[in-house]
Write a protein that binds this ligand. Structure first.
Ligand code: NI
Length: 172
């Protein structure tokens, strides 16, 4: 039995990627804005306001959540590239997803993600040391730039899959 919350399985928690895995993850990051835009193409407002699973976020909240999350990823990456082992700042994603900006048209966050991922990809193109560390304060665990890339490449595909799975299930 598959878990609707994790259509692609759990977030990868790795310290390092092979060059091939890194290239694949960078392709996924570059492709995410267009993939997410395609996933919601031609949905009505009623469809956008449908939970992707029972008790889950609506499609609209999912799109705005990806922008929330990847804005944090951008900040975390820049911290990791400029400071020695920075401690990143967690946030309450469930509460962020309830703030009123998540009721805006999805195009707002799709445009934001388009610009943001252009900058993320430019940063990733500049990385020479994929082992640069950063630390998560909740666990005290230290991760790397490779870890961050793996997490967020997965994250965009994970949420895109929520939407494509809903559309397949509903025949939309
Ligand atoms: Ni998420």
């Amino acid at each position: 039995m598959t878990d609707a919350r994790y259509p692609l399985g759990p977030m990868p928690l790795v310290q390092s990627l092979t060059p091939a895995q890194r290239n694949e993850a960078r392709r996924a990051v570059a492709a995410l804005p267009a993939a997410l835009r395609a996933a919601v193409q031609d949905l009505t407002d009623a469809q956008l306001d449908t939970p992707y699973r029972e008790g889950g976020w609506t499609v609209r909240q999912v799109v705005h959540h990806v922008a929330d999350s990847h804005l944090n990823a951008f900040v975390r990456l820049k911290l990791a590239l400029t400071e020695p082992n920075p401690t990143i700042k967690p946030y309450d994603e469930a509460l962020w997803a309830q703030l009123p900006d998540t009721q805006l048209p999805v195009g707002v966050s799709l445009d934001l993600l388009g610009a943001l991922h252009t900058r993320l990809s430019a940063l990733l193109d500049s990385v020479t040391d994929w082992t640069r560390p950063w630390t998560h304060p909740a666990t005290g665990q230290t991760w790397t730039v490779d870890s961050l890339l793996a997490m967020y490449a997965w994250h965009g595909q994970h949420h895109t899959a929520h939407i494509t799975a809903l559309r397949a299930q509903r025949g939309w």
